[in-house]
Structure formats: structure tokens, C-alpha cells
Design a protein around this ligand. Structure first.
Ligand code: SF4
Length: 155
């Protein structure tokens, strides 16, 4: 069972979306420059489907997307949650921020609209840095995923 520590409505993590982000704990990635070390511990509230519904219901902003931030310790469960959100909240898109370099084989990409991969490597920077190793992919209408990382870069 995955747990989450906190949530927030964010505008920059996924371009063109108002995103409810859910910060998941027990991160196994151990990025050397980690900016959220508190997420390494297995702490917080169990992230059940009932809890997801409660978080969405409690949110008082017009969100367009739910993004699961983390969860690399159990990608199969992330996949289950993404499918649940799509079925139960069909108007909402679903994103996943993974710290791994490749997408887990436990993930069915059709359950997601956005997937970010890549650990945080301080000298390369996060998504806003042109030298970043991280990538954000968006599902297009034909089901294929396109790399939209450059959307984070100022022209
Ligand atoms: S993926 Fe890396 S940066 Fe993100 S919480 Fe885990 S260790 Fe920290």
C-alpha cells in the first residue's frame, strides 16, 4: 500500500493543466540532490481509492488533472490508481511523476495522460533546465506519447 504525505494544486508541473498533485512517500530512488527527503520515509496516509475520492471532493479548485508524485516502490499500484481515477473521474487527466529512468513494465500507459521519468540530478537540473535528464511525455489523441519537456524551457 502506498501512502501520501500532502497534496496541492499546482500550475507548472503539467503544462496547460490545473493539477492536483499527491505527494507519495517511501520513495526508493534516493536521488543524491533530493529536494524532498522527507518522502524517503514510509509515512503518511494510505492512498486508497476512497482516499483519492475524498482528496478530489475536498479540492475547491477547478482541477483538470491529478498527478501521482512518486510511488516507484509500487508501480503496479500506481497503475491501479490511475485506472481508477480515469474510470471514476472521467473528466480528469492522470499524470505520474516517476524518479526512474525507464517506465516500469507494471505500467499500462493507456491509463495515463502524462508520464514524467528521470531521477533528479542536481548538476543537470529539473525539468525547467535545458540540460535536464528528466522527460515529460504527453499522450496524444492517437495514444502515442510525445516528449513535451521543451515546454518547460523559456524561449
Ligand atoms: S524521485 Fe528523487 S528527488 Fe524525487 S523524492 Fe525521490 S529521491 Fe527525492
Amino acid at each position: 500500500m502506498l501512502k501520501y504525505v500532502n497534496t496541492g494544486v499546482v500550475f507548472q508541473e503539467i503544462p496547460d493543466e490545473v493539477t492536483l498533485s499527491i505527494n507519495i512517500s517511501n520513495c526508493p530512488c534516493r536521488c543524491p540532490g533530493c529536494h524532498s527527503k522527507y518522502l524517503w520515509e514510509d509515512i503518511g496516509t494510505p492512498l486508497t481509492s476512497i482516499e483519492i475520492d475524498a482528496i478530489i471532493d475536498k479540492c475547491n479548485q477547478d482541477i483538470t488533472c491529478v498527478c501521482l508524485m512518486g510511488g516507484d516502490s509500487n508501480p503496479s499500484y500506481i497503475n491501479t490508481l490511475a485506472e481508477y481515477i480515469h474510470v471514476t473521474h472521467p473528466k480528469l487527466k492522470v499524470g505520474w511523476y516517476s524518479g526512474k529512468t525507464i517506465i516500469s513494465s507494471d505500467i499500462n500507459k493507456s491509463n495515463f495522460d502524462y508520464i514524467k521519468i528521470g531521477p533528479y540530478i542536481r548538476h543537470l537540473g529539473a525539468l525547467k533546465s535545458k540540460t535536464t535528464n528528466q522527460r515529460l511525455y504527453k499522450k496524444e489523441t492517437n495514444g502515442e506519447f510525445t516528449d513535451i519537456t521543451s515546454r518547460f524551457w523559456k524561449k
